[in-house]
Design a protein around this ligand. Structure first.
Ligand code: ATP
Length: 374
């Protein structure tokens, strides 16, 4: 069993930095979990504590059922793949992969079995006699993974293992590591600052900020149901649009009560369900932060018609054609928004256009706490 459990874990560095704060997480056996967050949020420190390379200031760390706070790194049955994977330049790929096992005095035929098996999994069997300088970046990265795989650990720890690769290779290796996880059937804990990498690879993602866990969830839930403004802004690219709005009670044509969000001259009428929840809340008449993702802003006639209660006037500042989609950078009053629209859009820089907000997809956040209201 290779579950990993972190219970009330703290890391305080000498000098007063609390890098990790009350970290609680149950990682299941064979899970592929990702720690993601901006630079300095404590991802690497957390990983190094799991590896045993960093002392735990407070709290309990279990691998399987065993408390391992005081167990030496080599006895934890884990393997770590770093960002800077230094291969030994004078050794062949085979010897690079075998090196750690030789040090452990493993019998030669067992070493051979493991290296050949790892090479097969990684599709580098034909490279075993080469030296690292005769390999491409991606092949070298695979050898670095191979060195970890041959140890047949219960848990893999990976710290930004793709950050030294170019963009194209990184995308390719993402898929390979996901496939590798399926083949190896082991627990992988993977650190990255790249939210796209996190969304595409992990089955569960831990979003961190300033040493605190912000949310632990599936990629879809992080995207659709962020628990606070930080997660909402961090996950998704281009990022969610935010604007301060006033929550106002309005009366519709039939005399029914509704809710509109106002900023400047603009008004976004909320659908009935959302309106009802707000009417029963303390937020009527107050300022909140509205968030809406770029793909929920539309410039096509069909949307302008069907969402006529939430149309605003915008000035196009920048048009970015990306092939399968186009990004419109627009100004609504003095607020910037990004809209992800159909590439057949006719909008040009300088145009004054109409933009429909999909009010069903609006997120609202408390201005003080930045927590999600709905
Ligand atoms: P990055 O993505 O930049 O690697 P990270 O999320 O992995 O960042 P950590 O490296 O875990 O962040 O660092 C968390 C915090 O702890 C930072 O504020 C960092 O400056 C601090 N820190 C890290 N190592 C030490 C150390 N040895 N002594 C003091 N402070 C440290």
């Amino acid at each position: 069993m290779a579950s990993v459990k972190l219970k009330n874990i703290y890391k305080r560095y000498p000098g007063g930095v609390t890098a990790v704060n009350d970290f609680n997480l149950d990682i299941e056996d064979k899970e592929f979990i990702i720690l993601v967050g901006p630079s300095g949020c404590g991802k690497t420190t957390t990983l190094r504590m799991i590896a045993g390379l960093e002392e735990i200031t407070e709290g309990e760390l279990y691998i399987g059922d065993k408390l391992v706070n005081d167990v030496a790194p080599k006895d934890r049955d884990i393997a770590m793949v770093f960002q800077n994977y230094a291969l030994y330049p004078h050794m062949t790929v085979y010897d690079n992969m075998a090196f750690g096992l030789k040090l452990r005095k493993m019998p030669k035929d067992e070493i051979k079995r493991r290296v050949l098996e790892a090479a097969k999994i990684l599709d580098i069997e034909h490279l075993l006699e080469r030296k690292p300088k005769a390999l491409s970046g991606g092949q070298r990265q695979r050898v670095a993974l191979g060195r970890a795989i041959v140890r047949e650990p219960k848990v893999f720890l990976m710290d930004e293992p793709l950050s030294n690769l170019d963009a194209k290779l990184r995308v390719q290796m993402r898929t390979e590591i996901s496939k590798l996880h399926n083949k190896l059937q082991t627990t992988i804990i993977y650190v990255t600052h790249d939210q796209t990498e996190a969304l595409t690879m992990g089955t569960r993602i831990v979003v961190m900020k300033d040493g605190f866990i912000q949310q632990v969830d599936t990629p879809a839930n992080l995207y659709e149901r962020p628990q606070n403004m930080f997660v909402a802004g961090f996950i998704g690219s281009p990022q969610m649009n935010f604007v301060d709005v006033k929550v106002e009670k309005v009366t519709d044509e039939k005399g029914g009560e509704g809710v509109a969000l106002r900023f400047g001259k603009n008004s976004i009428k909320l659908p009935e369900g959302k309106a009802k929840r707000l009417l029963a809340s303390e937020y009527i008449g107050k300022e909140v932060v509205m968030g809406i993702r770029p793909e929920n802003l539309h410039d096509e006639a069909v949307y302008l018609e069907s969402m006529s209660d939430s149309v605003v006037t915008a000035r196009v500042e920048v048009v970015e054609m990306l092939g399968s989609e186009t990004l419109l950078y627009v100004l609504v009053d003095d607020v910037d928004f990004i809209a992800r629209v159909n590439p057949r859009t006719k909008a040009k820089v300088g145009d004054i256009i109409k933009i429909a907000f999909d009010a069903n997809k609006v997120h609202l956040f408390d201005k003080e706490t930045e927590k999600t209201i709905m």
